[in-house]
Design a protein around this ligand. Sequence first.
Ligand SMILES: Nc1ncnc2c1ncn2[C@@H]1O[C@H](COP(=O)(O)OP(=O)(O)OP(=O)(O)O)[C@@H](O)[C@H]1O
Length: 417
Amino acid sequence: MSFISLALDKSLTNAVKALGYDEATPIQLKAIPAILAGKDIMAGAQTGTGKTAAFALPILQKLMVTLPENRPVRALVLTPTRELAQQVYKSFVSYAENTELNIAVAYGGVSINPQITALNKGVDVLVATPGRLLDHIINGSLALTELEFLVFDEADRMLDMGFKDEIDRILNRVPLKRQTLLFSATFDDAIFKLSKNLLTDPELIEVSERNAAAAKVEQILYTVDSDRKRELTSFLIGSKNWKQVLIFTRTKVTADALAKEMCKDGIKTQSIHGDKSQGAREKALAEFKEGKTRALVATDVASRGLDIANLNYVINYELPYIAEDYIHRIGRTGRAGNEGVAVSLMSPSEEWLLEAVEKVLDTRLLQQWYPGYEPDLTKTEKPARKGGQKQRDRKKALGEHSDAKKRSGPKNKYTRR
Ligand SMILES: Nc1ncnc2c1ncn2[C@@H]1O[C@H](COP(=O)(O)OP(=O)(O)OP(=O)(O)O)[C@@H](O)[C@H]1O
């Protein structure tokens, strides 16, 4: 179905045409009319199916009708990571190319001053991470009193306990009369509960089975002893001549150690996680995108939303503590109709994590052994830490922890509408 049927302004349809979008995706076909009709929505669709344009285009369409003189922020998009904020910002800029609308981005780990300068000039759409957004509110560089649209991208991650304090404080500052949009590829029960307080008479839009993995990603699962995972990772990349591989670990320490070892194996590798400076994070991601590095080892800071063109391979070096993250991690490949391969390396100690992943996916994954890397069944491995990663650690891993202590302000429950 073409974008024409969505009754979008020509300035917007021309912009998406220039980006090579010929047809609207199923989530775009359903979400765009609902948002244009003024509805609050909770929208779920698989990774890589164009959810960003599904909320950006109707918001731009509605905002471009009037341009208030002082240009207050009228649309706010919240994302869980700085890299995703940057990416969503760039998408908005390209979709708004032929309009007069001003778009800005605000995230932590970089100087606040250029962001203040941009905000002072007047901004129609602001994309932000919660921590830096609060800094701007507290500093007085931003008011959200004229807000018309509030979007939670990766809504389940945004509303989880790790971000609860920040979200509570932000909700305290936005008008009750607004349109609220929740988007993600995964929704759990908690988000349905929280959404009740956030959304008014919402429309639930789901274009695939809930929590479905991207259809075009081939999922392969190898059981392998943990002390042989590094060797198998380098062997797979080298022997199969994979050019660009994103590898996920659970911890920052493992990410750094693995990247170092892989470099010794002759595979140019960098790591990205929440303990690196923002400059180092952005450089590592940029060099990976440009093909300057062959492998990028990441914590879940890179599991959500990132759109890396032509990425064909994802390796789960360790299964995630949060089962939903498996869907997001493997969804970095197989995007926009392309095919991808996701290989998970599971040590015998991680079987309980696989069970959780299979429960979320509602499907069993075939356990295989890679020839020459069969696990030593006479060995017993201590189970990977039970009980999951602590909420505090999760936020820390995303790199949103550092400024949090400095902030003050009233706490409240989610504002009821
Ligand atoms: N209608 C379209 N036709 C072709 N490509 C599209 C279309 N809409 C979006 N895309 C492209 O598809 C890719 C994925 O889009 P996007 O990042 O919005 O996916 P997503 O659903 O938000 O994924 P995730 O769940 O991982 O965040 C992007 O490269 C985007 O430019």
